[in-house]
Ligand binder design. Structure first.
Ligand SMILES: *Cc1c(COP(=O)(O)O)cnc(C)c1O
Length: 386
């Protein structure tokens, strides 16, 4: 009998003495909020510089990062925001929470990124923002989107929750001329458990966002002069200290994931019925937030059974996102004047992907080369068995 050794995937999140020292440093400052300490300021500077953006604003989480960005970009009641139908729900919820309508459009069946022609067809006089989501760290077609934005005058907001350090034709997310929102939630490529950031290409939007993220209060205000309406979305000093340490490890870890994906991709591709996610080749530094693949035609129930089998074999596997219009949450407020079935008809690829897609946690791609072979064998066995 051939007893296969189970792959050993590293834990996530990871830390070492750098995080520990950062936490002690923040602790011993004696001031634990950003207005008193220096960790958030330093992290923002480092994160902005790393991504080639003039300004970064750290916030409480990625969902708030999207909300804040949309708000300072002028989204509110009466606006429409175009989002891919296949994404994590925050992309649409952020728009809906501001009283805007989230308009889902279809995605590309290979990259799972927003279909730019579908986005163009969905633009109306009320459209304020188009939100590409860089799925699993493979960038959306930023050239076509930049052209669409220039042609229509509609701004882009990149949901970069998966795309820390990723590059499009050599340019990092902060160098592409549009606002970009990040998440530092526990599973993301760098994390403090929770946290988020927004990169701004210009100071006007950044200044507005700073006020709004701090109850409308200027940085130096001591007299409660709240200039504009806002909320408290400030990141704390401990989280920023951890994120500074995480940023230092990010690029090296991504390079490992790129090497492992280069091994795993052809192995997955060879499995009967399996089609791994493809990058637009202009994404020349993908960040590999997830290792995704489809089993076209498998059906939702069998896909879920496949995920269960992979988990039972020790592989950290998950079902792909549900199409946003297939959730109850989507219909609570700010939904377009269409039925779920009409949306499914308009978004056939998102509909199919959400039923046949599986993703593996990015810690899978931090294991050994040999473990990539073992992983592919487990996937092949599981696919054959369902
Ligand atoms: C994780 C994620 C978010 C939200 O980030 P949180 O920090 O969890 O609020 C937004 N968009 C996408 C695509 C995500 O994966």
């Amino acid at each position: 009998m051939n007893v296969r050794q189970a792959p050993e995937y590293p834990q996530w999140p990871q830390y070492d003495a750098t995080e520990r020292e950062g936490l002690i440093r923040a602790l011993e400052q004696g001031q634990w909020w950003r207005m008193g300490g220096s960790e958030v300021d330093s992290f923002e500077r480092e994160f902005a510089e790393f991504h080639g953006a003039p300004h970064a604003l750290a916030v409480t989480n990625g969902t708030h990062a999207l909300e804040l960005a949309l708000q300072v970009m002028g989204v509110g009641p009466g606006s429409e925001v175009i989002v891919p139908a296949f994404t994590f729900i925050s992309s649409s919820q952020a728009a809906q929470r501001l009283g805007a309508v989230a308009v889902p459009v279809d995605v590309d069946p290979r990259t799972y990124n927003i279909d730019v022609a579908a986005a163009a067809a969905a633009v109306t006089p009320r459209t304020r923002v188009i939100m590409p989501v860089h799925m699993a760290g493979f960038l959306a077609d930023m050239d076509a989107l930049a052209k669409l934005s220039a042609d229509t005058g509609v701004a882009l907001l990149q949901d970069a929750a998966h795309a820390h350090a990723a590059r499009w034709q050599g340019k990092r997310v902060g160098e592409l001329g549009s606002v970009a929102a990040f998440s530092f939630q526990n599973g993301k490529l760098m994390t403090a458990g929770e946290g988020g950031a927004v990169l701004f290409p210009d100071s006007e939007l950044y200044e507005k966002a700073f006020l709004r993220h701090s109850c409308g209060r200027p940085r130096t205000d001591r007299l409660y002069k709240h200039q504009i309406a806002g909320s408290n979305l400030r990141l704390n000093e401990f989280s920023a200290a951890v994120l500074r340490a995480q940023l230092g490890r990010l690029e090296g870890q991504i390079k490992t994931r790129q090497q492992r994906w280069a091994t795993l991709y052809p192995l997955l591709e060879k499995i009967d019925g399996v089609v791994p996610q493809r990058a637009d080749e202009r994404t020349d530094f993908p960040s590999h937030y997830m290792a995704m693949f489809r089993v076209p035609g498998i059906g939702e129930e069998n896909r879920n059974a496949l995920v269960d089998r992979l988990v039972a074999a020790g592989v950290p596997a998950f079902a792909g996102f549900r199409a946003i219009y297939r959730t109850d949450a989507f219909w609570e407020m700010g939904a377009p004047d269409e039925t779920p079935d009409q949306l499914a008809e308009r978004c056939p690829h998102a509909e199919a992907i959400s039923q046949d897609c599986v993703w593996l946690h990015h810690r899978t791609l931090l294991a050994t080369e040999q473990d990539m072979h073992r992983t592919a064998e487990i996937v092949a066995d599981a696919v054959a068995a369902v």
